[in-house]
Design a protein around this ligand. Sequence first.
Ligand code: ATP
Length: 367
Amino acid sequence: MHGKDVRLEGVSITYPNGFTAVQPTDLEVRAAEFFSILGPSGCGKTTILRTVSGFVEPTAGRVLIGGEDQAGIGPNKRPTALIFQNLALFPLMKIWENVAFGLEARGVSRRARRAKAEELLSLVALADQADKTPGELSGGQRQRVAIARALAVEPAVLLLDEPLSALDLKLRQHMRAELRAIQQKTGVTFIYITHDQGEALTMSDRIAVMNNGVVEQVGTGDDVYAAPTSAFVASFVGEANQFPGRITATEGGMAQIETAHGQFTGRNTTGLREGDAAILFVRPERLGFGGDFSNTLHARMERRDLEGAFVNYALRTDTGHSLMMHQTNAGMTTAPSDSVTRIGFDADSALVLPEGPVARTGAEIAA
Ligand code: ATP
């Protein structure tokens, strides 16, 4: 199997009722990449997937798969296969027959179908389940059968629409590793839709973060977590403490922001200027106890939750702002619980981002 690249060029999608679910979007998914589209419910993720699979034609722009324009090519003729959350296996058919189902219509002999099904079942670690029926398998096993079935037609691109959301938490976590392994073994391009940032971060080579029909950022998990370019991405991926305010000065890639809880400094990666409304973001693990930081506050500890390797603190500043702090549980000092203590964070570990939906473009920053 060979993965192909997928390109969206200026694709926008307006449904017949006039609702624009996807604003003009450029997106490139590389061949053999595990690519996730992450965003809250209703942001347009499924609509993009439907356009790649051919069930919805873009209102404007082009979809290219392996460099070929897909305009006018129906879903059955595209090199794609789709897996949904509610997979539908045939309950009375054996597992191997389910896997080989799509091959019968293509005139493949029963013997060759069985061989192909066995090859794919061993890929998803179900070789010994071939003669059972779906009712005899667990939810996670059934999901793997659905993946094997989708792979049977040798797609270049596998489109997965929240395929794990019906499974329980433990199984979901286990299946993350399984899916990643299957993707790597087959070299098929995976486009994976999810609203779960944990899934996107653990499995993906790269992630597109979407909000309100707009792809706000594309990057590796590290990129979107450590260097979000919009307030939405900073708050949707991972946890963050937020300090809204107004920029009072900028210098050398840093910005000073006046907030209701004090004046702070953080990195300015999006070209914010003096007077702009902005939000300072600082991750809970970047806060620490003590006065040894370039930004400091006074706060009281309201709760300490031991999570084993980590300790989570709920803090309240003297200005009434609640904050989260995460610390590793290794030789750490514990703050006094009922008295006000100094906490802080370094300017380098905080980001100041515009309030609005999307950051200024690179060209605007350079100008
Ligand atoms: P979810 O995770 O809930 O599936 P999503 O990000 O996949 O959300 P979409 O299913 O792409 O979102 O829907 C995006 C927006 O388009 C939503 O506001 C939805 O109500 C709207 N929408 C989806 N399908 C249609 C349709 N056939 N006609 C009109 N509007 C639609």
